[in-house]
Design a protein around this ligand. Structure first.
Ligand SMILES: [Zn+2]
Length: 503
């Protein structure tokens, strides 16, 4: 199969033109971009696409998300991370989610992602309680069928959940504390064996489109044996290690209380901060932490919409870039942001960091934001050699926007309009590995109507399950609220809230 896109406006994100639109023809043979030049003649068998009124961009990389949360879209509001987790990641009383339901969940998530131009997902998949191999395989099955590119994790929390939070010894009723300590958590041996099996049997499926990644939930949620073992596996298989670090002030306080140091310094000390490491969030980092991340060549996935919704704080965007840290952009899960549309995150990123200070030379540029949404994310996913920009030899992962739309009328600077005017509604075609997976705005690989109907059929059962879990986990509301207030009142050297206006 070969395509020739003629006379298109193209944002390549390559080292020469970055986000500056250029007029190009693009030839694609099977899954590979074979030529990008001002003029290319069609060859026999080429399907020619007229690009005159089209903008072609690299497929977007969602560098941090959780397909698990799709079932919670639109369910909770005005809860900080720790209280929200007690709902969305129910600590008590969960039952195993069956693989068929996981396939449905992943498919719903992938449909919405692809239709909004996301071609690569970094999907940190958590199952509660614990994740078994059939559950993990179900995500691979769903993504293989729908045609998205993805890193898919085995996620692990290897400590009783309340041991990962500050002040719990004082605040948690003893009976609840005992019940939680009685819940089984996976051991390092179990997780590392599970991950090795995943690398040996699932990693690389669909011609390398799907990869396994290790994902210790957070430094404070895992033992050192898990963190060190997972890092060794990531290096052995040249894969991503995905980990949540310093998303909230509570976590900063936790690091001081339990480790006597910052959680970033702790990861660096034990050798878990490496090129393969992607830190999700990285908000409450000190200047010394930022230097450690940069020196390790690790990445940070920035999730401003989730961070705003959960009131987590504002990541130090300019300080991270100035230090040389590679940045990707993520939506986070569909409950903390309620949408997998990365273009929303692109716009939020470009806007949010303009109100963190008056020095306009430090505000995010269109090129920086689009780089994070494409090549930066690809690098964080250990995939920059194959995706994230439109360059000869790379996989044909691309999005075609129709310019005959309101968002692009009048046509000014197309890269600026992509960031500030467009939200995905102008997308006509999405290609992953040279295969058209969205055509005229509709997914080609699955029947969306049937998938939504299946969700509707199961909705009553889903809502009843969630109601029941909300009830069981209500026991955490009071102690977590007290814990949260105490953590917020704890003095720290840095402040990542925007509330100085009250001073
Ligand atoms: Zn997350």
């Amino acid at each position: 199969m070969s395509y020739l896109i003629k006379n298109a406006h193209v944002i390549t994100m390559d080292a020469v033109s970055g986000s500056e639109p250029v007029r190009r023809d693009i030839r694609i043979v099977d899954d590979i971009i074979t030529r990008i030049e001002p003029t290319i003649d069609a060859e026999d068998g080429d399907t020619v696409v007229d690009g005159t009124d089209k903008l072609v961009t690299p497929g977007f990389v969602n560098a941090h998300t959780h397909s698990w949360e799709t079932f919670y879209k639109g369910r909770y509001d005005n809860l900080p991370l720790e209280l929200w987790m007690a709902k969305c990641y129910p600590i008590l009383g969960d039952s195993r989610v069956e693989p068929e339901l996981i396939k449905l969940r992943s498919t719903l998530f992938a449909i919405e992602s692809l239709k909004s131009g996301v071609t690569t997902l970094v999907d940190d998949v958590l199952e509660n309680p614990g994740q078994d191999f059939d559950q993990l395989s179900a995500v691979f099955d769903a993504y293989e069928r729908i045609g998205v590119r993805a890193n898919i994790s085995g996620h692990i929390i290897s400590k009783p959940f309340t041991d990962t939070l500050p002040f719990m010894d004082e605040l948690l009723p003893p009976a609840v504390a005992e019940e939680i300590r009685g819940l089984a958590v996976p051991t390092a041996e179990e997780y590392l064996a599970f991950s090795r099996q995943a690398f040996e049997t699932l990693d690389g499926r669909a011609d390398g489109r799907l990869r396994y990644m290790v994902a210790p939930s957070a430094p404070q949620r895992c033992g050192e044996d898990v963190l060190v073992g997972a890092t060794e596996l990531a290096r052995e298989f040249d894969a991503e290690l995905h980990i949540h670090v310093l998303e909230t002030k509570t976590q900063l306080v936790t690091g001081t209380e339990k480790y006597g140091t910052s959680l970033v310094a702790y990861l660096a000390d034990i050798g878990a901060l490496v090129r393969n490491t992607t830190i999700a969030h990285g908000i409450w980092l000190s200047p010394e932490d930022i230097d450690l991340v940069a020196a390790a060549g690790a990445s940070i996935s920035h999730n401003p919409i989730s961070n705003m919704k959960l009131g987590s704080g504002i990541a130090p965007w300019r300080q991270l870039l100035d230090a040389g840290v590679n940045l990707g952009l993520g939506t986070d899960g569909c409950s903390s942001s309620d949408s997998p549309r990365l273009l929303d995150v692109v716009k939020a990123t470009a806007l949010l960091h303009k109100v963190t200070g008056p020095e306009f030379s430090e505000w995010p540029t269109v090129n920086e934001v689009l780089h994070a949404a494409t090549l930066g994310g690809a690098r964080s996913a250990m995939r920059e050699a194959s995706t994230g920009s439109l360059e000869v030899g790379k996989q044909a992962d691309l999005v075609i926007f129709d310019l005959e739309t309101m968002a692009f009328t009048p046509r000014q600077k197309l890269d600026h309009q992509l960031v500030y005017s467009e939200n995905g509604s102008s997308i006509s075609t999405v290609m992953v590995a040279g295969r058209i997976v969205v055509d005229h705005g509709e997914v080609t690989t699955v029947d969306e109507t049937a998938v939504r109907a299946e969700m509707s059929e199961r909705l009553t059962e889903l809502l009843a399950w969630q109601e029941r879990l909300d009830g069981i986990n209500e026991v955490f509301t009071e102690p977590f609220t007290q814990m949260y207030r105490r953590a917020m009142a704890t003095p720290t050297d840095i402040d990542r809230f925007s509330g100085h206006v009250h001073a």
